[in-house]
Design a protein around this ligand. Structure first.
Ligand SMILES: [Zn+2]
Ligand SMILES: [Zn+2]
Length: 398
């Protein structure tokens, strides 16, 4: 990238910071990103993008053709949604909406892609088409999946898609990525154990669902230890237990609900978790004369970067910050991300950009009340996007 482009991004930095802080002040949660989407659409339109609104309610797609002819099209994706969380920061751009907060930095993601979009419009020196995709509802509700279901890739065919997320604990000016599985599949499961319950003084007169529930909770960890191949990895955690009444410790409850989350990186391992959780739940229920209703909800698939596009992302990051600042073999993360749905459909790569701090700390993690996106990295992130476009559609691309 020419220093000229960096200079123009730098010149736009104060305006980009103002956009970022404005979005931060007005956080909007899943599928309600009306204000944010209208800012995005208005800016893209004013810069000469063809703008489509309404996919997954508040999704925005801007399309720009390069000044040179080319058949190839790529998608660059940012997320726009905030979290249900009470912000505890005191700075002037803190959230103005009680109970809502941009605690995952999607305000920054939106801004970095806007910064790149504007520069692309100023100088569309590429061959082919760039679609900038601004999606709603990344946090838990699968906005990417809904956009795809509503025709994202039919309306805007893409040969490859790219995503980016900020990483607190990764220093400013650094990128991290890996080829293959990078983020986990995130699923939920529920087992409701049923027995007769009864008087706590006479358990022999009925069946007690707390027995299989307790045994199941311990047995769950055996699935990871005994059924998941040792060279793979998985996480099973119980997050919710409910039974009986606090004021009735002398009553054996008739139902015990156990809910949890499961994380895995490969479809085969995901299948093992779904099947074995059910088997362990049913067999423990049966052994205590109880029954169980077991459900497994597949939420986010594993996020799998394809090799060719990972190489492109690494080259783009290296062109932005120098090869020595790009970790191309980063450790997988047990978090999940709904960009995984896009990567199920298209080749692509998802990269982490350092938000500051280091592994020892010195920063607030995402989803915590004192987190804030680091404005220092906006230009770096926008430059990365421009380098992806150059790698994919630039003069040197083939
Ligand atoms: Zn998040
Ligand atoms: Zn996020």
């Amino acid at each position: 990238m020419t220093s000229d482009v960096i200079e123009r991004l730098k010149a736009a930095e104060p305006e980009l910071i103002a956009i970022r802080r404005d979005i931060h002040r007005h956080p909007e949660t899943a599928f309600e990103e009306v204000r944010t989407a209208s800012i995005v659409a208005q800016k893209l339109t004013s810069w000469g993008f063809a703008v489509h609104q309404g996919l997954a309610k508040t999704g925005v797609v801007g399309t720009l053709k390069g000044k040179r002819a080319g058949q190839k099209a790529i998608g660059l994706r940012a997320d726009m949604d905030a979290l249900h969380l009470q912000e505890k920061n005191a700075f002037t751009h803190r959230s103005t909406i009680d109970g809502k907060m941009h605690a995952c930095g999607h305000d920054g993601h939106t801004t970095m892609l806007l910064g790149a979009a504007r520069q692309l419009a100023v100088d569309p020196d590429f061959a082919g088409t760039v679609h900038v995709i601004f999606q709603p509802a990344e946090e838990g509700l699968g906005g990417a999946r809904v956009m795809i279901e509503e025709g994202l890739f039919d309306l805007f065919p893409c040969d490859a898609v790219y995503g980016m997320h900020n990483a607190p604990g990764l220093p400013v000016g650094r990128f991290a990525i890996r080829s293959g599985p990078m983020l986990a599949a995130s699923d939920s499961w529920t087992a409701v154990f049923h027995g007769t319950g009864g008087h706590g003084s006479a358990p022999n007169r009925g069946t007690d669902p707390t027995m299989p529930a307790a045994s199941f909770i311990l047995g769950v960890q055996g699935i990871v230890g005994r059924n998941v191949p040792p060279t793979d990895t998985a996480v099973l955690s119980v997050g919710h237990i409910a039974a009986g009444a606090f004021n009735s410790p002398n009553v054996i409850p008739s139902d015990v609900t156990v809910r949890g989350t499961s994380r895995s990186y490969r479809p085969a391992v995901r299948d093992i978790l779904e099947r074995r959780l059910g088997e362990v739940a049913r067999s423990t229920a049966e052994s205590w004369g109880c029954s169980v209703d077991y459900t497994y909800q597949r939420r986010y698939p594993p996020l799998v970067n394809t090799a060719d596009q990972t190489a492109i992302a690494i080259a783009a990051a290296a062109a932005t910050v120098g090869a020595e600042n790009v970790d191309g073999n980063a450790a997988p993360i047990t978090g999940a991300e709904d960009f995984a749905f896009m990567l199920e459909k298209k080749p692509g790569a998802y990269i982490m950009i350092g938000n500051g701090g280091d592994e020892a700390g010195g920063c607030h993690y995402v989803h915590t009340p004192l987190y804030d996106f680091n404005d220092e990295i906006i230009v770096t992130g926008a430059a990365y996007w421009l380098n992806v476009v150059q790698q994919e559609l630039g003069a040197a691309a083939g």
